[in-house]
Design a protein around this ligand. Structure first.
Ligand SMILES: *Cc1c(COP(=O)(O)O)cnc(C)c1O
Length: 396
Protein backbone atom coordinates (compact mmCIF):
# COMPACT_ATOMS: atom_id res chain seq x y z
CA UNK A 1 0.00 0.00 0.00
CA UNK A 2 1.17 3.49 -0.73
CA UNK A 3 2.04 5.78 2.15
CA UNK A 4 -0.62 8.49 2.47
CA UNK A 5 2.05 11.16 2.12
CA UNK A 6 3.99 9.57 -0.74
CA UNK A 7 5.26 12.04 -3.28
CA UNK A 8 5.13 14.97 -0.88
CA UNK A 9 8.67 16.20 -0.25
CA UNK A 10 9.92 17.76 2.98
CA UNK A 11 10.91 21.32 2.23
CA UNK A 12 12.53 24.16 4.06
CA UNK A 13 10.09 26.97 3.50
CA UNK A 14 11.74 30.36 3.28
CA UNK A 15 9.44 32.14 0.91
CA UNK A 16 6.62 34.62 1.54
CA UNK A 17 4.49 31.89 3.18
CA UNK A 18 3.57 29.23 3.90
CA UNK A 19 6.33 28.83 6.44
CA UNK A 20 7.30 25.55 8.08
CA UNK A 21 4.83 24.20 10.58
CA UNK A 22 5.95 23.23 14.07
CA UNK A 23 5.68 19.44 14.60
CA UNK A 24 3.45 20.00 17.62
CA UNK A 25 0.98 21.84 15.38
CA UNK A 26 0.95 18.98 12.87
CA UNK A 27 0.39 16.50 15.70
CA UNK A 28 -2.46 18.55 17.08
CA UNK A 29 -4.11 18.60 13.67
CA UNK A 30 -3.96 14.80 13.52
CA UNK A 31 -6.24 14.47 16.61
CA UNK A 32 -9.61 12.84 15.92
CA UNK A 33 -12.14 15.25 14.48
CA UNK A 34 -15.00 16.23 16.79
CA UNK A 35 -18.24 18.07 16.03
CA UNK A 36 -17.98 21.80 15.53
CA UNK A 37 -20.70 22.36 18.16
CA UNK A 38 -19.30 19.80 20.63
CA UNK A 39 -18.88 21.41 24.09
CA UNK A 40 -15.23 20.32 23.96
CA UNK A 41 -14.78 22.25 20.73
CA UNK A 42 -16.43 25.30 22.22
CA UNK A 43 -13.67 25.30 24.83
CA UNK A 44 -11.10 25.18 22.03
CA UNK A 45 -12.77 28.15 20.34
CA UNK A 46 -12.76 30.20 23.54
CA UNK A 47 -9.10 29.41 24.09
CA UNK A 48 -8.23 30.44 20.52
CA UNK A 49 -10.06 33.74 20.92
CA UNK A 50 -8.20 34.48 24.10
CA UNK A 51 -4.81 33.52 22.62
CA UNK A 52 -5.49 35.65 19.54
CA UNK A 53 -6.16 38.63 21.81
CA UNK A 54 -2.72 37.97 23.26
CA UNK A 55 -0.92 37.99 19.90
CA UNK A 56 -2.93 40.94 18.53
CA UNK A 57 -2.36 42.85 21.79
CA UNK A 58 -6.03 43.66 22.09
CA UNK A 59 -8.96 43.44 24.46
CA UNK A 60 -11.41 43.27 21.55
CA UNK A 61 -14.27 40.88 22.31
CA UNK A 62 -14.75 40.23 18.57
CA UNK A 63 -11.48 38.42 17.82
CA UNK A 64 -11.54 35.03 16.09
CA UNK A 65 -10.15 33.13 13.07
CA UNK A 66 -12.01 33.41 9.77
CA UNK A 67 -12.44 30.02 8.06
CA UNK A 68 -10.34 30.91 5.05
CA UNK A 69 -6.88 32.19 4.10
CA UNK A 70 -5.57 35.71 4.64
CA UNK A 71 -7.48 36.90 1.57
CA UNK A 72 -10.73 35.87 3.26
CA UNK A 73 -9.72 37.97 6.26
CA UNK A 74 -9.01 40.93 3.98
CA UNK A 75 -12.38 40.49 2.34
CA UNK A 76 -14.17 40.06 5.67
CA UNK A 77 -12.63 43.24 7.07
CA UNK A 78 -13.53 45.35 4.06
CA UNK A 79 -16.94 44.01 3.04
CA UNK A 80 -18.26 44.57 6.55
CA UNK A 81 -16.81 47.99 7.21
CA UNK A 82 -17.40 49.47 3.75
CA UNK A 83 -20.96 50.36 2.78
CA UNK A 84 -21.92 51.32 -0.77
CA UNK A 85 -21.01 54.97 -1.27
CA UNK A 86 -18.45 55.08 1.57
CA UNK A 87 -15.29 56.94 0.65
CA UNK A 88 -12.30 54.72 1.46
CA UNK A 89 -8.68 55.84 1.44
CA UNK A 90 -6.59 52.90 0.24
CA UNK A 91 -2.84 53.12 0.71
CA UNK A 92 -1.07 51.16 -2.01
CA UNK A 93 2.65 50.44 -1.89
CA UNK A 94 2.56 46.92 -3.31
CA UNK A 95 0.37 44.05 -4.50
CA UNK A 96 -1.74 43.64 -1.38
CA UNK A 97 -2.76 47.29 -1.20
CA UNK A 98 -3.91 46.81 -4.80
CA UNK A 99 -6.12 43.92 -3.72
CA UNK A 100 -7.68 46.05 -1.01
CA UNK A 101 -8.56 48.56 -3.72
CA UNK A 102 -10.19 45.84 -5.82
CA UNK A 103 -12.33 44.67 -2.88
CA UNK A 104 -13.37 48.21 -1.97
CA UNK A 105 -14.54 48.78 -5.55
CA UNK A 106 -16.45 45.49 -5.57
CA UNK A 107 -18.36 46.38 -2.42
CA UNK A 108 -19.45 49.71 -3.79
CA UNK A 109 -17.01 51.89 -1.87
CA UNK A 110 -15.55 55.00 -3.46
CA UNK A 111 -11.79 54.47 -3.24
CA UNK A 112 -9.22 57.24 -3.10
CA UNK A 113 -5.66 56.01 -3.57
CA UNK A 114 -2.56 57.05 -1.67
CA UNK A 115 0.07 55.56 -3.95
CA UNK A 116 3.65 54.98 -2.95
CA UNK A 117 6.67 53.73 -4.81
CA UNK A 118 7.10 49.97 -4.35
CA UNK A 119 9.69 49.11 -1.72
CA UNK A 120 8.84 52.21 0.31
CA UNK A 121 6.51 52.45 3.31
CA UNK A 122 3.23 54.36 3.07
CA UNK A 123 3.99 58.08 3.45
CA UNK A 124 2.09 59.57 6.44
CA UNK A 125 2.33 63.05 4.88
CA UNK A 126 0.59 61.87 1.72
CA UNK A 127 -2.13 60.20 3.78
CA UNK A 128 -2.69 63.42 5.70
CA UNK A 129 -2.86 65.51 2.50
CA UNK A 130 -5.36 63.07 1.02
CA UNK A 131 -7.53 63.17 4.13
CA UNK A 132 -7.48 66.98 4.08
CA UNK A 133 -8.76 66.89 0.52
CA UNK A 134 -11.37 64.20 1.33
CA UNK A 135 -12.74 65.11 4.74
CA UNK A 136 -15.82 62.94 4.08
CA UNK A 137 -13.73 59.73 3.99
CA UNK A 138 -15.04 56.96 6.28
CA UNK A 139 -12.26 54.38 6.24
CA UNK A 140 -8.47 54.23 5.83
CA UNK A 141 -6.97 50.88 4.77
CA UNK A 142 -3.30 49.97 4.61
CA UNK A 143 -0.93 47.00 4.74
CA UNK A 144 1.41 47.03 7.73
CA UNK A 145 4.02 44.67 6.24
CA UNK A 146 3.80 44.67 2.41
CA UNK A 147 4.94 41.16 1.59
CA UNK A 148 5.28 41.88 -2.12
CA UNK A 149 8.04 44.45 -1.58
CA UNK A 150 9.34 43.91 1.96
CA UNK A 151 8.51 47.40 3.26
CA UNK A 152 7.14 47.98 6.76
CA UNK A 153 4.85 50.96 7.28
CA UNK A 154 4.42 52.92 10.51
CA UNK A 155 1.00 51.61 11.47
CA UNK A 156 0.74 53.67 14.65
CA UNK A 157 1.36 56.98 12.87
CA UNK A 158 -0.98 56.12 9.98
CA UNK A 159 -3.75 55.09 12.40
CA UNK A 160 -3.28 58.28 14.43
CA UNK A 161 -3.69 60.46 11.34
CA UNK A 162 -6.74 58.51 10.15
CA UNK A 163 -8.44 58.95 13.52
CA UNK A 164 -7.86 62.70 13.52
CA UNK A 165 -10.01 62.77 10.40
CA UNK A 166 -12.66 60.52 11.94
CA UNK A 167 -11.89 57.44 9.85
CA UNK A 168 -12.02 53.79 10.83
CA UNK A 169 -8.68 52.04 10.33
CA UNK A 170 -8.30 48.67 8.62
CA UNK A 171 -4.77 47.24 8.80
CA UNK A 172 -3.44 44.11 7.12
CA UNK A 173 -1.09 42.35 9.56
CA UNK A 174 -0.76 39.11 7.61
CA UNK A 175 3.04 39.12 7.48
CA UNK A 176 3.63 41.02 10.70
CA UNK A 177 1.47 39.29 13.33
CA UNK A 178 3.63 37.11 15.57
CA UNK A 179 6.89 38.18 13.90
CA UNK A 180 6.95 41.96 14.18
CA UNK A 181 5.51 44.15 16.96
CA UNK A 182 1.77 44.68 16.42
CA UNK A 183 -0.23 46.57 19.07
CA UNK A 184 -3.84 46.73 17.93
CA UNK A 185 -5.19 48.61 20.97
CA UNK A 186 -2.25 50.92 21.66
CA UNK A 187 -2.03 51.90 18.00
CA UNK A 188 -5.79 52.40 17.71
CA UNK A 189 -6.34 49.99 14.83
CA UNK A 190 -10.07 49.34 14.49
CA UNK A 191 -9.97 46.22 12.32
CA UNK A 192 -7.07 43.93 11.52
CA UNK A 193 -6.69 40.52 9.93
CA UNK A 194 -3.77 38.13 9.54
CA UNK A 195 -2.94 34.68 8.17
CA UNK A 196 -2.13 31.38 9.85
CA UNK A 197 0.70 30.38 7.50
CA UNK A 198 3.12 33.26 7.93
CA UNK A 199 4.56 34.13 11.36
CA UNK A 200 2.12 31.89 13.26
CA UNK A 201 3.73 28.63 11.99
CA UNK A 202 0.44 27.01 10.97
CA UNK A 203 -0.66 25.57 7.66
CA UNK A 204 -2.53 28.00 5.40
CA UNK A 205 -6.29 28.28 5.63
CA UNK A 206 -7.21 30.44 8.63
CA UNK A 207 -7.27 34.19 9.03
CA UNK A 208 -7.25 35.62 12.55
CA UNK A 209 -9.28 38.83 12.65
CA UNK A 210 -10.18 41.44 15.25
CA UNK A 211 -12.82 44.21 15.32
CA UNK A 212 -13.07 46.83 18.05
CA UNK A 213 -16.35 48.14 19.44
CA UNK A 214 -16.34 51.16 17.13
CA UNK A 215 -16.06 48.95 14.05
CA UNK A 216 -18.69 46.51 15.33
CA UNK A 217 -21.08 49.44 15.91
CA UNK A 218 -20.64 50.66 12.35
CA UNK A 219 -21.29 47.16 11.06
CA UNK A 220 -24.39 46.68 13.28
CA UNK A 221 -25.88 49.90 11.99
CA UNK A 222 -25.29 49.37 8.30
CA UNK A 223 -28.12 50.56 6.10
CA UNK A 224 -27.47 47.79 3.59
CA UNK A 225 -26.76 44.10 4.10
CA UNK A 226 -23.18 42.91 3.66
CA UNK A 227 -23.21 41.51 0.12
CA UNK A 228 -21.32 38.37 1.19
CA UNK A 229 -23.43 35.94 3.19
CA UNK A 230 -20.45 33.87 4.32
CA UNK A 231 -18.38 36.80 5.53
CA UNK A 232 -21.18 38.88 7.09
CA UNK A 233 -19.92 39.57 10.61
CA UNK A 234 -23.47 40.03 11.87
CA UNK A 235 -24.11 36.35 10.99
CA UNK A 236 -20.69 34.86 11.77
CA UNK A 237 -20.93 36.29 15.26
CA UNK A 238 -23.75 33.84 16.02
CA UNK A 239 -21.12 31.12 15.84
CA UNK A 240 -18.01 32.86 17.22
CA UNK A 241 -19.78 35.13 19.73
CA UNK A 242 -20.86 34.26 23.27
CA UNK A 243 -20.15 30.60 24.06
CA UNK A 244 -23.58 30.02 25.62
CA UNK A 245 -25.52 31.16 22.54
CA UNK A 246 -23.51 29.48 19.81
CA UNK A 247 -25.47 28.35 16.75
CA UNK A 248 -24.58 26.86 13.41
CA UNK A 249 -23.31 29.24 10.75
CA UNK A 250 -20.85 27.11 8.78
CA UNK A 251 -18.86 24.03 9.71
CA UNK A 252 -15.61 25.31 11.18
CA UNK A 253 -12.45 23.52 9.98
CA UNK A 254 -12.13 21.71 13.30
CA UNK A 255 -8.69 20.16 12.84
CA UNK A 256 -7.24 23.37 11.47
CA UNK A 257 -8.45 25.03 14.69
CA UNK A 258 -6.65 22.37 16.75
CA UNK A 259 -3.51 23.36 14.88
CA UNK A 260 -4.03 27.07 15.39
CA UNK A 261 -4.57 26.63 19.12
CA UNK A 262 -1.31 24.70 19.38
CA UNK A 263 0.58 27.29 17.33
CA UNK A 264 -0.71 30.11 19.52
CA UNK A 265 0.22 28.16 22.65
CA UNK A 266 3.74 27.84 21.25
CA UNK A 267 3.95 31.62 20.87
CA UNK A 268 2.63 32.08 24.41
CA UNK A 269 5.25 29.64 25.73
CA UNK A 270 8.03 31.41 23.89
CA UNK A 271 6.65 34.82 24.86
CA UNK A 272 5.47 37.22 22.16
CA UNK A 273 8.31 39.70 22.73
CA UNK A 274 10.83 36.85 22.50
CA UNK A 275 9.28 35.76 19.21
CA UNK A 276 9.60 39.32 17.86
CA UNK A 277 13.19 39.42 19.03
CA UNK A 278 14.02 36.07 17.42
CA UNK A 279 12.60 37.30 14.11
CA UNK A 280 14.58 40.51 14.36
CA UNK A 281 17.95 38.95 15.19
CA UNK A 282 17.68 36.22 12.55
CA UNK A 283 16.70 38.86 10.00
CA UNK A 284 19.76 40.97 10.86
CA UNK A 285 21.97 37.88 10.58
CA UNK A 286 20.51 36.94 7.20
CA UNK A 287 20.92 40.48 5.86
CA UNK A 288 24.52 40.65 7.11
CA UNK A 289 25.25 37.33 5.40
CA UNK A 290 23.63 38.34 2.11
CA UNK A 291 25.53 41.61 2.04
CA UNK A 292 28.81 39.90 2.91
CA UNK A 293 28.23 37.66 -0.09
CA UNK A 294 27.91 40.75 -2.24
CA UNK A 295 24.14 40.78 -2.67
CA UNK A 296 21.98 43.88 -2.21
CA UNK A 297 18.83 44.17 -0.16
CA UNK A 298 15.96 45.91 -1.89
CA UNK A 299 14.60 47.96 1.04
CA UNK A 300 16.33 50.63 3.18
CA UNK A 301 17.39 49.25 6.61
CA UNK A 302 14.90 51.36 8.60
CA UNK A 303 11.90 50.06 6.62
CA UNK A 304 12.71 46.35 6.49
CA UNK A 305 10.33 43.62 7.63
CA UNK A 306 12.11 41.07 9.85
CA UNK A 307 9.96 38.24 8.49
CA UNK A 308 10.41 38.99 4.77
CA UNK A 309 13.71 39.89 3.14
CA UNK A 310 13.74 41.07 -0.47
CA UNK A 311 17.11 40.75 -2.19
CA UNK A 312 18.04 42.03 -5.63
CA UNK A 313 18.74 39.41 -8.27
CA UNK A 314 22.29 40.05 -9.51
CA UNK A 315 22.70 41.21 -13.10
CA UNK A 316 22.75 38.34 -15.61
CA UNK A 317 21.53 35.69 -13.16
CA UNK A 318 18.59 33.54 -14.23
CA UNK A 319 15.89 34.03 -11.60
CA UNK A 320 13.91 30.84 -12.08
CA UNK A 321 16.96 28.61 -12.61
CA UNK A 322 18.38 29.65 -9.25
CA UNK A 323 15.08 29.05 -7.48
CA UNK A 324 14.65 25.64 -9.16
CA UNK A 325 18.16 24.60 -8.17
CA UNK A 326 17.58 25.67 -4.57
CA UNK A 327 14.41 23.60 -4.53
CA UNK A 328 15.80 20.55 -6.29
CA UNK A 329 19.30 20.45 -4.81
CA UNK A 330 18.64 21.89 -1.37
CA UNK A 331 14.91 21.34 -0.79
CA UNK A 332 14.79 25.05 -0.10
CA UNK A 333 11.96 27.29 -1.22
CA UNK A 334 12.48 31.02 -1.53
CA UNK A 335 9.99 33.41 -3.10
CA UNK A 336 9.99 35.06 -6.51
CA UNK A 337 9.19 38.72 -6.99
CA UNK A 338 5.51 39.57 -7.27
CA UNK A 339 3.85 42.01 -9.67
CA UNK A 340 6.19 44.85 -10.63
CA UNK A 341 9.02 43.17 -8.69
CA UNK A 342 8.91 39.91 -10.71
CA UNK A 343 12.37 39.01 -12.04
CA UNK A 344 13.97 41.80 -9.99
CA UNK A 345 14.00 40.40 -6.48
CA UNK A 346 13.87 37.20 -4.49
CA UNK A 347 11.91 37.21 -1.28
CA UNK A 348 13.46 35.27 1.57
CA UNK A 349 11.01 34.64 4.37
CA UNK A 350 11.99 34.13 7.98
CA UNK A 351 8.54 33.54 9.37
CA UNK A 352 7.45 31.73 12.50
CA UNK A 353 9.03 28.32 12.93
CA UNK A 354 11.10 28.96 9.78
CA UNK A 355 12.89 31.85 11.49
CA UNK A 356 15.81 29.94 12.99
CA UNK A 357 19.56 30.30 13.11
CA UNK A 358 19.87 26.93 11.40
CA UNK A 359 17.72 28.07 8.46
CA UNK A 360 19.60 31.36 8.06
CA UNK A 361 22.90 29.49 7.77
CA UNK A 362 21.44 26.85 5.49
CA UNK A 363 19.95 29.43 3.15
CA UNK A 364 23.16 31.49 2.99
CA UNK A 365 25.18 28.42 2.14
CA UNK A 366 22.71 27.13 -0.44
CA UNK A 367 22.45 30.50 -2.14
CA UNK A 368 26.21 30.97 -2.17
CA UNK A 369 26.73 27.52 -3.71
CA UNK A 370 24.07 27.93 -6.40
CA UNK A 371 25.04 31.49 -7.31
CA UNK A 372 28.71 30.51 -7.62
CA UNK A 373 27.75 27.55 -9.80
CA UNK A 374 25.70 29.91 -11.96
CA UNK A 375 28.74 32.11 -12.45
CA UNK A 376 27.50 35.04 -10.37
CA UNK A 377 30.21 37.17 -8.75
CA UNK A 378 29.64 36.15 -5.13
CA UNK A 379 32.24 36.46 -2.38
CA UNK A 380 32.66 33.00 -0.94
CA UNK A 381 33.12 32.07 2.71
CA UNK A 382 32.13 35.46 4.14
CA UNK A 383 28.38 35.10 4.71
CA UNK A 384 28.51 32.68 7.62
CA UNK A 385 31.01 34.79 9.54
CA UNK A 386 28.96 37.92 9.03
CA UNK A 387 25.78 36.20 10.21
CA UNK A 388 27.50 34.70 13.23
CA UNK A 389 28.88 38.05 14.28
CA UNK A 390 25.28 39.30 14.61
CA UNK A 391 24.25 36.45 16.89
CA UNK A 392 27.45 36.81 18.91
CA UNK A 393 26.87 40.53 19.34
CA UNK A 394 23.29 39.81 20.37
CA UNK A 395 24.48 37.47 23.12
CA UNK A 396 27.26 39.78 24.30
C1 LIG B 1 -0.12 36.46 2.14
C2 LIG B 1 -0.77 37.79 2.27
C3 LIG B 1 -2.15 37.98 2.09
C4 LIG B 1 -3.05 36.91 1.58
O1 LIG B 1 -3.06 35.77 2.35
P1 LIG B 1 -3.50 34.37 1.71
O2 LIG B 1 -3.47 33.45 2.88
O3 LIG B 1 -2.51 34.06 0.65
O4 LIG B 1 -4.86 34.52 1.16
C5 LIG B 1 -2.67 39.23 2.33
N1 LIG B 1 -1.90 40.27 2.70
C6 LIG B 1 -0.57 40.12 2.88
C7 LIG B 1 0.24 41.30 3.30
C8 LIG B 1 0.03 38.89 2.67
O5 LIG B 1 1.34 38.75 2.84
Amino acid sequence: MQQPTSGIPKRILMGPGPSNVHPRVLEAMARPTIGHLDPAFIDVMEEIKSLLRYVFRTENEVTFPVSGPGSAGMEMALVNVVEPGDKVIVCRNGVFGGRMLDIVERCGGKPVLVDEEWGRPVDPGKLEDTLKAHSDAAVVAFVHAETSTGALSDAQTLAGIAHRYGCLVVADTVTSLGGVPVHIDDWGIDVSYSGSQKCLSCPPGLSPITFNERAVEKIRHRKTRVQSWFLDLNLVISYWGKAARRTYHHTAPVNAMFGLREALLLIKEEGLENAWRRHRVNHLALCAGLEAMGLQLAVAPEHRIPSLNPVRIPEGVDDSRVRSRLLEEFNLEIGAGLGAMAGKIWRIGLMGYSSSRENVLYCLEALETVLAAEGAPVRKGEARKAAESIWNRDQG
